[in-house]
Design a protein around this ligand. Structure first.
Ligand code: ATP
Ligand code: HSE
Length: 311
């Protein structure tokens, strides 16, 4: 085997009440990465497509190569690895673009080198790449992109992640307005202190959301999709956010929140037809505002990253 290509899915981080500790993966949208063995030692990005020429080739800047360099050092691989990145995700969208790249690169390289590590043990290298992309080694995009489904980060020190149950029928609608918001900028507007009152509300909601997922209790999930920590500071940066909340109030959706650090908004629904009704409602909102959007409807991806070609 000389090269392996892997796909890694887009993700919705935070899921309202789980700032930096919860995320889920979606289907179809994502990045593809081919990793090939090379006679020249070291990790190199040799091709990038689909980014409009905007992503860095430098090994210490592209999330694919940052992750692979750390992985190669960890397993003691001293040979050469070449990376070809096919961007499927828009940059600065809130759909985990930098995460999908590093996760696909790690999955491809791990398989190429004979699976020296288990999938879950690739996580720290992808987190390192997130640190380079946005200044914080948060795992709520990389963990679900790697493992699929809903993933909870119980602790960062030590790292303790766990997959949660995905209720049948759960769908999401992702509304991506055509402008970029860097995660670093979107983190810089956050308050550094949280009041006791808000801490109580947020803990109740995250516990309720986890219980709701396991019990497949759509009412409990819906009541728990509330964020009093990040959303109040960030929603002002997202045109149409309040209008979307209003527009989907009466169509049976479970809730609305900012996907990761935005500007994408996610709507969770208990069934596919509700997710499509949410799409129609959002199209009307953005037509009125006069802003171009892409709207995707997707089930939850329970598989995470996977290999699509080996040769
Ligand atoms: N392979 C990559 N894919 C995307 N961004 C990358 C990649 N490698 C490096 N970067 C850098 O990461 C930064 C983008 O990180 P940021 O977290 O803001 O965006 P994102 O991952 O596209 O957003 P989001 O997670 O909100 O979808 C940019 O400076 C970009 O140049
Ligand atoms: N938890 C991160 C996700 C970034 O996509 C944040 O909200 O900043």
């Amino acid at each position: 085997m000389k090269n392996v290509t892997a796909f890694a899915p887009a993700t919705v981080a935070n899921v309202s009440c789980g700032f930096d500790i919860l995320g889920f993966a979606v289907e179809e949208m994502g990045d593809k990465v081919t990793v090939s063995l090379s006679d020249t030692p070291g990790v190199r990005v040799v091709r990038i497509e689909g980014d409009g020429g905007r992503l860095p080739y430098e090994t210490d800047k592209n999330t694919c190569s940052v992750a692979l360099k750390a992985f190669a050092e960890h397993i003691g691989f001293e040979g050469g690895l070449e990376i070809e990145l096919f961007k499927g995700l828009p940059l600065g969208s809130g759909m985990g673009s930098s995460a999908a790249s590093s996760v696909a690169a790690l999955e491809a390289a791990n398989v190429l080198l004979g699976n020296p590590l288990e999938k879950k043990d690739l996580l720290p290298f992808a987190m390192k790449a997130e640190g380079v992309a946005c200044g914080a080694e948060h795992a709520d995009n990389v963990a679900p992109s790697l493992l699929g489904g809903f993933v909870l980060i119980r602790s960062y020190h030590p790292l303790d992640v766990t997959k949660l149950h995905v209720p049948k029928g759960l769908y999401c609608t992702l509304v991506h307005p055509h402008f970029e918001l860097n995660t670093a900028d979107s983190r810089s507007v956050l308050r550094q202190q949280v009041s006791l009152k808000d801490a109580i509300i947020q803990s109740g909601n995250i516990a309720g959301l986890v219980a709701g997922l396991f019990q497949e209790d759509m009412g409990l999930i819906s009541r728990s999709l509330q964020d009093v920590i990040a959303e109040p500071s960030r929603s002002v940066l997202i045109p149409g956010f309040d209008e979307v909340k209003n527009a989907v109030k009466d169509i049976g959706a479970l809730g609305v929140g900012i996907s990761g650090s935005g500007p994408t908004t996610f709507i969770l629904s208990p069934a596919q037809d509700v997710a499509y009704a949410a799409k129609e409602a959002c199209l009307k909102v953005f037509e009125k505002i006069g802003l171009d959007v892409d709207i995707y409807v997707s089930a939850v991806n329970t598989k995470g990253t996977y290999v699509i070609n080996k040769s």
